[in-house]
Design a protein around this ligand. Structure first.
Ligand code: MEV
Length: 316
């Protein structure tokens, strides 16, 4: 029997980096872009493969797998959750989410893989348990993740996130149209998060001030989203990009794409995720979507995706 499990990409509207240090942030799922896992039952020991990376093909065996490998760890933790010693069948990963693009590819693959293991066992995983599993795997990717990526990807709903607090979903009264552009440069999220932590040690008061200004933008952005005020939300996103530049997590191509989106008529634009590569997002009106997408391609974006985010779910 074949069953298909999946999880979406994500974008951070406001608040990355500061969220690691206790400030609020807002994230949305990009349901149009997904990581999928095909699960096929068989009597043979579990094999895992990927449609785009032959090297990802391996056989899973409890206690014998490499727990520093994210795919292995996702399966180990899921097997432990269900208290099983052996798994049988095949899992095939198919992800549309560009790797190291700041769009949560690693977390989405982990979530889809854990759901695939559950499907082989004919069981389901509650979202909060799945989110904890994905969080553990995220530590391999990013060292000290805030938990925002696993949460938005597993629940697949827009959220206002504060580290170590319970999940707070946001009602999107007026659908948001986001244009997401990939720089094509890998985002080294773990290294950038570590650099920000280092900066906090070297320049504590200036860095804390940047964090709290970013947190204030996230609080205002929530009000704008709930009021359906896209013009104001766009301004807050652009201000967030400026604060991320001051935190030294942007780079020339991200700045160029942000400027191109603004020139093309976006309400606002910013990098999204860890920065220094990866992706940026622009908030647009349905009328400016085409001109912003064109401007981003002309400015060097490798891939441009348009996603609509509406009341709790996203549609393409
Ligand atoms: C990465 O998507 C967002 C960061 O804030 C890291 C984190 O929150 O774990 C840069």
């Amino acid at each position: 029997m074949l069953s298909i499990s999946s999880a979406p990409a994500k974008a951070i509207l406001v608040g990355e980096h500061a969220v690691v240090h206790g400030q609020p942030a807002i994230a949305v799922p990009l349901s149009q872009l997904r990581a999928c896992v095909d699960a096929r039952n068989s009597a043979r020991p579990l094999t895992v493969s990927s449609s785009h990376a032959v090297s990802a093909s391996f056989r899973w065996c409890k206690g014998e797998s490499d727990s520093t490998d994210p795919l292995n760890l996702a399966i180990d933790l899921t097997a432990r959750f269900f208290a099983v010693n052996a798994l049988h069948g095949e899992l095939m990963i198919r992800s549309e989410i560009p790797v190291a693009s700041g769009l949560g590819s690693g977390a989405a693959v982990s979530a889809a893989l854990a759901r695939g293991v559950a499907a082989l066992l004919n069981r389901g995983i509650p979202d909060d348990d799945l989110s904890s599993i994905v969080y553990e795997v995220e530590k391999l990717h990013h060292g000290t993740p805030s938990g925002i990526d696993n949460t938005v990807i597993v629940y697949e709903r827009p959220l206002y996130f504060v580290k170590d607090r319970s999940v707070d979903f946001i009602a999107i009264t007026r659908p948001l149209t986001l244009v997401v552009a990939d720089t094509g440069m890998p985002a080294p999220t773990g290294a950038v998060v570590a650099d920000v932590r280092d900066r906090l040690k070297r320049q504590p008061s200036q860095t804390r001030d940047l964090f709290s200004r970013i947190g204030a933008l996230a609080r205002r952005a929530r009000i704008s989203i709930e009021a359906g005020d896209h013009g104001r939300l766009g301004q807050l996103m652009t201000q967030n990009h400026e604060l991320l530049q001051a935190l030294d997590v942007s780079c020339a191509i991200l700045d160029r794409l942000v400027q191109a989106a603004l020139n093309g008529g976006a309400f606002g634009a910013k990098l999204s995720g860890g920065g220094r590569g990866g992706s940026m997002i622009a908030l647009v009106s349905p009328e400016s979507e085409a001109s912003v997408s064109d401007a981003l391609r002309r400015a060097g974006a490798q891939r441009v995706i348009v996603s609509a985010v509406s009341g709790g779910i996203t549609t393409s």
